[in-house]
Write a new protein. Sequence first.
Length: 164
Amino acid sequence: MAIVPTLGFVSKIAAINLLLTGVCQANDIQPRSSENANLEKALYCMEILENRPDLAPAKRIDILREQCFSEHYIQHSPHVEDGREAVLAIFAKRYQNHPDISTSIKRTAADGDLVWIHQHVRRGPEDLGRAVVNIFRMQEGKFAEHWNVIQAVPADSKNDNSMF
């Protein structure tokens, strides 16, 4: 004997599905707003870090220390010592050696506490620059951990596709 659900049973299943879908969608709002907040903060910090020559280098470093880099910052780049003060010292020196450095952000993404920023970094107007992908783990609105991949922009390419 086959069991055929009644219209009432089907309606109850549909109502439960609708309710669960609403709950799942409501729960999705929190991660998305957190991701957006992480991305916005990372972009703000990157702007201070790379594109604010109007700020004195010491002022930029102070903003970065107070607002952008976690006290327990973890560095994965093998060319940079671990910790917030080590990375800030590199940027302080870079501001002196390359005052015209700039970056243009080409694309971004966020997933949970991770933020990706694809950039074209140039030390000056004549520099072809580097393609950089920075990956940050955000914690409490600050860079807590960092990975990156850097590739020089060549004068000639074997294809017509841009690196950006």
